[in-house]
Design a protein around this ligand. Structure first.
Ligand code: GDP
Length: 197
């Protein structure tokens, strides 16, 4: 799929106030600083579409972007901001839970994890929770340019073997770099394939 248009539609602090349409939604989530905004900007070829974590406030909201007038790309708040305090964490968690569990249009949730790191507890717990709740998801390993392809592969394999302890079937996964613009075609083709199935 090629993206011919991508426009910001609305930011929400409540899942039940998201756009009242039936278009399919593909949501992106991950720990703060995982490279979510950079990936969204890379996918849409709009360097400033998603606000990076350097922009306070916006990253606490659910942001809807209309793509090709056909589907929504949804930028969810990052989880695991320890420095934000427990009250804020609870608020963000509730917002995420509400969107992920209640939003019928949510077609696939892309969970971003840093390709350089060993499996992180918070990500593994989140993925387990998705499984328990039957949420359709895929994993995107980010920042692959920051190390050799061999090291990325080795890290991804560790991750997959960790997941295979919990799962009979592994989720789809992608390796990406916003810097080198890799993984773009694979992720967009995956979305297109679901949209047309
Ligand atoms: P977010 O908090 O998940 O939205 O993360 P950002 O997109 O704001 O990225 C966090 C930091 O990682 C920024 O300094 C980005 O420039 C950097 N970054 C994000 N993606 C990549 C990538 O693919 N390669 C490299 N080298 N740096 C990246």
């Amino acid at each position: 799929m090629e993206i011919t248009s991508a426009e910001f539609v609305v930011s929400n602090s409540r899942a039940d106030m998201c756009p009242a349409t039936h278009l399919p939604e593909y949501a992106f989530i991950g720990r703060s600083n995982v490279g979510k905004s950079s990936l969204i900007n890379m996918l849409t070829k709009q360097p400033k579409l998603a606000m990076t974590s350097a922009t306070p406030g916006k990253t606490l909201l659910i942001n809807h972007f209309l793509v090709n007038k056909e589907w929504y790309l949804v930028d969810l708040p990052g989880y695991g901001y320890a420095q934000r305090g427990k009250k804020m964490m609870d608020k963000i968690e509730k917002l995420i839970q509400h969107y992920v569990l209640e939003r019928e249009q949510m077609t696939c949730l892309f969970v971003l994890v840093d390709s350089r790191l060993a499996p992180q507890k918070i990500d593994m717990e989140f993925i387990e929770w998705l499984g328990e709740n039957g949420v359709p998801f895929a994993i995107i390993f980010t920042k692959a340019d920051k190390q050799s392809a061999g090291k990325t592969r080795a890290n991804v394999d560790i991750y997959l073997s960790e997941l295979s302890k919990q799962w009979e079937e592994l989720p789809p996964y992608f390796i990406s770099s916003a810097e080198k613009k890799t993984g773009r075609k694979e992720i967009l083709d995956y979305i297109e394939q679901i949209n047309h199935s």
